[in-house]
Design a protein around this ligand. Sequence first.
Ligand SMILES: [Zn+2]
Length: 368
Amino acid sequence: MPSTVSAEGPPADPPELLLRDFEPRPQLVVSTTHPDKPRFPVIDAHNHLGETFGGGWIHQPVAELLDILDRAGVRLLVDLDGGWGESILEEHLDHFKAASPDRFLHFGGGDWGQWPEQGSGFADWAAGRVREQARRGAQGLKIWKGLGLQVRDHKDQLVAVDDQRLDPIWAAATEIGLPVLIHVADPVAFFDPLDACNERWEELRAHPDWHFPSPPFPPFLSIVEAFKRLVLRHPGTTFIGAHVGCYAENLNWVSDLLDQAPNLYVDIAARMAELGRQPYSARRFFLRHADHILFGTDLPAAVSCYRVHYRFLETADEYFAYDPVGAATQGRWQIYGLSLPDDVLEKVYHLNAEAVLLGRSRSGSAAL
Ligand SMILES: [Zn+2]
């Protein structure tokens, strides 16, 4: 008989608790470290300064953004929101780069919606836009996840990521020396049914437009396999695979591709939660591919956000929230620090980005 039984009988069961109200507080007592500044200067190689993502900095004073970057130890920020039309790119160049030429770098983009109008000449037309954007100051080309998921040609057929008709676009980027930052697919769970097994259920419920169930969307693997073929077929083109090569859930898959494709780099933007829940695999991945990983956040610039990234990469802290305000927005788990060695940290923080984005030698660490 349990000792909790009183003279009045057994205690009543506690009331049912909804998952959304369940906020367990870890009672672990372990050492914690909170780096204020990164151990080396940082390049945030994946961010957005436009209207939709990144906090809408295009409408705010650059001095305020620079103040945040200074306090966070971020030397250079890559803005992927140069858009397709030259007017958006020029607006960003005027607002940010003109104010502080050494602190910002802007990528152009693509307007797939022009395919019906341009017909079979679309890729040549698009390659011309890439050249024009570079002439005006774009320092890279951003390809968004619509390619492979939604982009349709002039015959209303879905276009695969490795569709050979797009080759003139990659050729133009290669000829000019622009890196191509490409984001295909999304977290694997975004392609799964929205049921009790989906590890991103809460996020997908909050953002139903992020759900790409297959069918009608192509399976996740068919998209990333097409990305792999694209990268391998264009060894002269420098690709940056956003979000850990678009498959952070499977670092062995990304690692195999990096082994085969010296023209491929990956950024870690928006994947701290994914990497931090697999610290042994992630640390091995960073050590093996230290020359091909770029720091990036994909989050509105905030000192607290940068600091949690530094805690993740630099410390051996255990089981901490990946979101500075503690919200488990990318899955109900906590993360572990990777305690990366200095030589790896310096490459990831800025040397690799300098090599890919600015064409500087990786040994020239005095640049920043
Ligand atoms: Zn992004």
